[in-house]
Write a protein that binds this ligand. Structure first.
Ligand code: MTE
Length: 317
């Protein structure tokens, strides 16, 4: 068993604008960019010319709603945590480049009246993705600002009609060791599992992302569909999802199983609750030098604090 290096765990970023990007679902399904207003100026650094994903990176704005600059497309797609491929962030893009993401199905079941299996095309047709610029705060104390394309998880959950017994949502990543070399090693208990309380899952900020920078997700960022929960450390944002179950008991996530003292179920961004091995009071934006203060719930407190009213956030970390 390979020893896990927990200091390598990362997170992600979050949301800002809810302005809809007029991205045709067909564009995503066909992996074709239909947006013509491609622009890289201001989004740094520009990738080398050629066929790089970032050549046609698109975002409707240069900043999030707090004025934070978008992270460069190059960094978003070349600094990744995806342990199924590698524990080295810089290696994931190369190792994941041939990952097969089509055909793809997502099974939604458990405590629901209407269990359903969706192909990716079904999902894109039913729930046309829109742009959400979210800050993403890694548990390792770095962060990014990313223009995702996605749709509210709530829309999908409403389709399957959770029963009154359903209290939590459990997510699972694909298990395919032939394609994912990391799954041949005992880094984590595969497949990667994550969970949310049902009200967290139904919150409008919680999305299933199918793209970023105006294009379908590249494999290293969780193609073809991954979760994004902007007020939580980004390991909650599970990649390449194949299964979503409504359940009664709190799911045990892959990181809770690996190190329960360090990773709790909630994992809300909280500058006042240090990780047992480091402070969470500040962070470094990837691409910038100076450290900035970490905000409670990653700056989304106005929208989500009510979900945790009366809870001791030190206990429920
Ligand atoms: N999902 C799976 N299946 N496997 C992983 O290793 N890493 C998590 C999260 N989702 C991970 C995952 C962590 S630690 C982070 S920081 C984010 O994905 C990274 O997402 P990004 O590469 O798009 O920034």
């Amino acid at each position: 068993m390979e020893k896990i290096n927990l200091s390598e765990v990362t997170s992600e970023h979050l949301y800002v604008s809810r302005r809809k990007l007029l991205v045709g679902l067909g564009a995503l399904a066909a992996s074709t960019v239909i947006l013509s207003a491609c622009r890289r100026g201001g989004i740094t650094p520009p990738p080398p010319p050629g066929t790089d994903f970032c050549d046609s990176a698109y975002a409707s704005k240069d900043t999030d709603e707090l004025g934070a600059k978008l992270t460069s497309c190059q960094d978003v797609t070349h600094y990744n945590n995806y342990y199924e491929f590698s524990t080295e962030k810089e290696d994931v893009a190369t190792l994941a480049q041939n990952f097969k993401t089509s055909p793809w199905e997502v099974k939604v079941g458990g405590l629901v009246n209407k269990p359903l299996t969706f192909s990716l095309d079904d999902l894109l047709r039913k729930f046309p993705p829109e742009e959400r610029i979210y800050r993403l705060r890694c548990v390792e104390a770095w962060s990014m600002v990313i223009p995702w394309l996605g749709f509210p998880l709530a829309a999908l959950l409403k389709e399957v009609e959770p029963t009154s017994k359903a209290k939590y949502v459990r997510f699972e990543t694909i298990y395919d060791p032939n394609q994912m070399p990391g799954q041949k090693r005992g880094i984590l208990d595969w497949p990667y599992v994550e969970g949310l309380r049902l009200d967290e899952a139904m919150h409008n900020l919680t999305i299933l992302a199918t793209g970023l920078f105006g294009k379908p997700l590249p494999p290293q960022d969780g193609a073809p569909i991954r979760l994004v929960v902007p007020w939580k450390y980004d390991f909650k944002s599970i990649k390449s999802i194949v299964k979503i179950d409504l359940v009664e008991e709190m799911p045990v996530s892959a990181w809770m199983a690996a190190s329960p003292n360090e990773y709790g179920f909630y994992s809300n961004v909280n500058p006042d609750v240090p990780h047992p091995r480091w402070s969470q009071s500040s962070e470094r934006r990837i691409g910038q030098f100076e450290r900035i203060k970490t905000l409670l719930f990653n700056g989304y407190a106005d929208e989500v604090a009510y979900l945790y009213a009366g809870m001791d956030l030190k206990k429920f970390f």
